[in-house]
Design a protein around this ligand. Structure first.
Ligand code: AP5
Ligand code: MG
Ligand code: ZN
Length: 207
């Protein structure tokens, strides 16, 4: 099964993707993670992406679409994948339709008032795990691997405001795009705990 995870910044796409990957064994592909890995590796793509990400804007479509198109040629996608953070506008969605067959778009809907706190309180680990300061009890290292936690460069109030605007103007219209294709499934109470949200997803995807 090939799934798109849609939702505003901080909606919980990454959090739920890791639960889905664990439970169903579906491969998780996040364009944000790919860009962050490129920034860390100092590649040309990383240098380009950084300026857009730091500003809360979308990395140019041609670059992003090429990365995903290439990623979907790898052998590990054969038994299904989840796209987290792609597509992010109508152009990307239409391009994706040319090189992939999507079965379902899972839209995680969360009250906007919660997003700023969720994002600015997020701490992440190089292993991919993410946390929120409210549940860390002062811990500064990853419970999974022991590495030091850090904050994403774009997780500051100013950039988050732009990311939310970018979401509203460019990404939210995709809800109607996938509804029209009969592929939309909505998680309507994304405000619940991560486990509660995941329960809803299991109802949609089945055991
Ligand atoms: P990307 O990395 O995709 O970031 P994003 O869309 O802004 O989303 P986030 O990762 O911030 O949120 P999330 O929904 O994954 O939430 P999470 O689960 O971590 O993109 C970053 C940038 O890369 C973009 O701005 C753009 O520049 C570029 N980019 C990426 N893809 C692109 C594309 N296709 N085209 C062009 N540019 C692209 O949760 C957030 C926090 O909340 C965590 O602290 C978590 O612990 C907590 N939390 C999660 N769920 C719950 C819950 N149920 N209850 C309480 N707390 C929760
Ligand atoms: Mg994410
Ligand atoms: Zn870790």
């Amino acid at each position: 099964m090939n799934i798109i995870l849609l939702g505003a910044p901080g909606a919980g796409k990454g959090t739920q993707a890791s639960k889905i990957a664990q439970h169903y064994g579906i491969l998780h592909i996040s364009t944000g993670d790919i860009f962050r890995a490129n920034i860390k590796g100092g590649t040309e793509i990383g240098k380009l992406a950084k300026s857009y990400m730091d500003a809360g804007k979308l990395v140019p479509d041609e670059v992003t679409c090429d990365i995903v198109k290439d990623r979907l040629t790898w052998a590990d996608v054969k038994s299904g994948y989840m796209l987290d953070g792609f597509p992010r506008n109508l152009y990307q969605a239409k391009e994706l339709d040319k090189f992939a067959k999507i079965d379902l778009c899972l839209n995680i809907d969360v009250d906007e008032a919660l997003l700023m706190d969720r994002i600015c309180g997020r701490r992440i680990c190089a292993c991919g795990e993410s946390y929120h300061v409210s549940t860390l009890n002062g811990a500064t290292t990853c419970a999974k691997c022991g590495k030091e936690l850090y904050q994403r460069a774009d997780d500051n109030p100013e950039t988050v405001k732009t990311r939310l605007d970018t979401y509203k103007t460019q990404t939210a219209p995709l809800i109607d795009y996938y509804k029209a294709q009969g592929k939309l499934a909505s998680v309507t109470s994304g405000e619940g705990s991560p486990d509660e949200v995941f329960e809803q997803i299991v109802k949609i995807l089945g055991k």
